[in-house]
Design a protein around this ligand. Structure first.
Ligand code: ATP
Ligand code: MG
Length: 573
């Protein structure tokens, strides 16, 4: 491709709306263009990257025996009604009606549709196991679309679904997908970790997420530098901190004017937040429940949802009105004593003695409270692990880091096949439920994750495997016929050898071309300048500053061998 023929629209300024490196660079390099909040078009350079990412994933899926299909994005409501997710998705689902008033949605994920298809097409045990996948556009009306294609409302997902007869079969299908994901992300040079993820709410038996380490990641990962443990903080088990047990003192009500937050209480009472237990009220569907954790801890809503067995959409903090009605006090003074709703207590509270809780009376707390002073309806692990906690596996200190979830693999079991009656006839002619797994990769999000890991102050530094072009040929001056001629020759020769090559034949100053070259991040740059008359060019990699003077042929050979060394991600591009 010649840049003079191409739709290349680079920006020098950092767009104000873009907070993260990848979002800024995707807009500045002209990979994408925003249409509406969380809705983007892919421009030529962006589409080339997208196609390369898709193809890597496709090759690795095919290599593990998965078969590609393509389902519609416009989906009738019935399948989702059968599984119950027509309600569960709530306002995350884009819904519409056709001219006959029939309900449709734009597919947020396709478990139901694949289950329905397999139910119709597979009758016998002889047709199983089976893994199907697609690379297709998904729609979710995210509450907070942000960071460009990282969290958008229309995005491209690779979603795969496995159908097995036994649990062991599911384990094998799952392992295949695990392998395919590792290979695909390795080929993209990504630095990722595989973490244990929550599978409770979806009723599965095992689940892992592929997390790309990045400060801008929305997920927090707990990992243990001492052993191999890694889990999403939503899932990571918390070990209660042991605290020195004091002799119980008599409980007393204390006046704590305007001290409705932990910080205000710490100031007022001059003690540590570890000596408080906070009581937070939640609206869980129709019910209101109170949750207690130590003052310096955070409630883990995923653990709470799993304990309550409700949908994510059905849990929210109780409104101020509800808190006032139930506690007879202003917000900030709730406590477990005399409270008439279920109290769910974090395990760590059991370690505490003579602590402070709200008195369910404005401006009052109780001090010297002990667990015998109130009734806990459940004692569970309901807090979120943090730096300073210990590893649940080996007991050494845990660390946390931010990550971007690029993939998710999930042992689903029979949740959908039971709900939708997707059975096969076994060897004895008896109908049996198929056992499912589901496996997603955020294809468009992966592009952003790659950029988060591969950029510098001048722009993107693409790994070879996903670079929109592998080599960029830059004639310094389009007014010098020798330069133009040699640049075109290199371009044509490389093209004939199957290299993805771009020729910047614009009549621009070379400074402008170099700036764009750095911004769009093509791994190899061949510059054709004054020494074109001697058949000598400059060879430079985007990833470092070294400039080599080589003959045109040497430069081409060097580029070709560099491409073959780096195309599968074995070496940093
Ligand atoms: P998240 O927790 O980030 O919202 P999810 O758990 O909803 O992700 P899945 O339903 O498992 O995601 O979807 C599979 C993959 O699709 C995710 O691992 C992620 O990479 C990608 N993905 C999910 N939501 C979005 C989105 N709004 N924009 C871009 N990619 C997304
Ligand atoms: Mg989501």
């Amino acid at each position: 491709m010649k840049v003079s023929n191409m739709l290349l629209s680079t920006l020098r300024e950092v767009p104000a709306e873009a907070e993260t490196t990848s979002h800024q660079l995707m807009l500045r390099a002209g990979l994408i263009r925003k249409l509406a909040a969380g809705v983007y078009s892919f421009l030529p350079l962006g589409l080339r990257v997208l196609n390369k990412v898709e193809n890597i994933i496709r090759e690795e899926m095919d290599a593990e025996g998965a078969q590609e299909v393509l389902m519609s994005a416009l989906l009738p409501a019935e399948a989702y009604q059968a599984s119950g997710r027509w309600e569960v998705f709530g306002s995350d689902m884009f819904r519409l009606k056709d001219r006959n008033n029939r309900d449709f949605c734009l597919g947020p994920t396709h478990e139901e549709i694949f289950t329905d298809t397999v139910k119709a097409c597979v009758k016998s045990y002889r047709q199983l196991p089976l893994t199907l996948y697609q690379i297709q556009t998904k729609y979710r009306d995210e509450r907070r679309p942000r960071f460009g294609v990282m969290r958008s409302r229309e995005f491209i997902m690779k979603d795969a679904y496995s159908f097995d007869m036994t649990k062991e079969g599911l384990d094998l299908s799952y392992d295949k997908m695990y392998r395919a994901y590792c290979k695909a992300f390795d080929r993209m040079n990504l630095d990722y970790i595989v973490v244990d993820a929550d599978s409770g709410a979806m009723g599965g038996s095992g689940s892992q997420e592929f997390m790309v380490k990045s400060d801008t990641g929305e997920d927090t990962i707990a990992y243990c530098p001492a052993c191999s443990y890694a889990a999403n903080v939503e899932k990571a088990e918390c070990i209660p901190e042991t605290m020195e047990k004091e002799e119980p003192k008599p409980m007393a009500k204390i006046h704590t004017p305007h001290a409705g937050t932990i910080e205000e209480l710490v100031d007022f009472l001059h003690t540590d937040s570890k000596h408080f237990a906070k009581t937070i009220l939640y609206q869980a569907g129709e019910k209101v429940v109170a949750v207690m954790v130590r003052g310096d801890r955070e409630i883990n809503e995923v653990k709470l949802i799993n304990h309550l067995g409700i949908n994510e959409q059905d849990l929210e903090l109780a409104s101020a009105d509800t808190v006032v009605r139930i506690t007879n006090a202003a917000v900030g003074f709730a406590g477990p004593i005399g409270l008439d709703i279920p109290v769910i207590c974090d395990k760590e509270i059991m370690e505490m003695t003579n602590f402070v809780v709200g008195a369910n009376e404005t401006d009052y707390h109780f001090e010297n409270v002990n667990i015998s002073d109130f009734k806990a309806d459940a004692v569970i692990d309901v807090r979120t692990i943090t730096e300073g906690d210990v590893c649940p596996k080996c007991g050494k200190p845990i660390s946390t880091t931010q990550g971007v979830e690029v993939g998710h693999i999930f042992k689903l079991g029979t949740k959908y096949t039971d709900a939708m009656d997707c059975t096969y006839l076994d060897e004895n002619g008896k109908p049996q439920s198929m056992i499912m797994g589901c496996y997603g990769i955020g294809v468009s999000r992966t592009i952003a994750a790659v950029i988060e890991q591969f950029s510098d102050e001048n722009g993107i530094v693409w790994p070879m495997s996903v670079a929109p072009y592998q080599v960029l040929v830059v004639p310094v001056s389009m007014r010098e016929p020798e330069q133009v001629e040699l640049a075109e020759k290199i371009y044509e020769d490389l093209r004939k050898k199957g290299v993805d090559v771009l020729l910047d034949d614009r009549a621009e100053r070379v400074g402008v071309k170099f700036k764009d070259a750095d911004l769009i991040g093509i791994p190899v740059r061949i510059t054709v300048g004054k020494k074109a008359v001697e058949n000598v060019v400059e060879y430079k990699l985007r990833a470092n500053d070294e400039v080599l003077e080589l003959s045109a042929d040497e430069a081409m050979e060097k580029a070709i061998s560099y491409i073959s060394e780096t195309i599968n991600g074995n070496k940093k591009a």
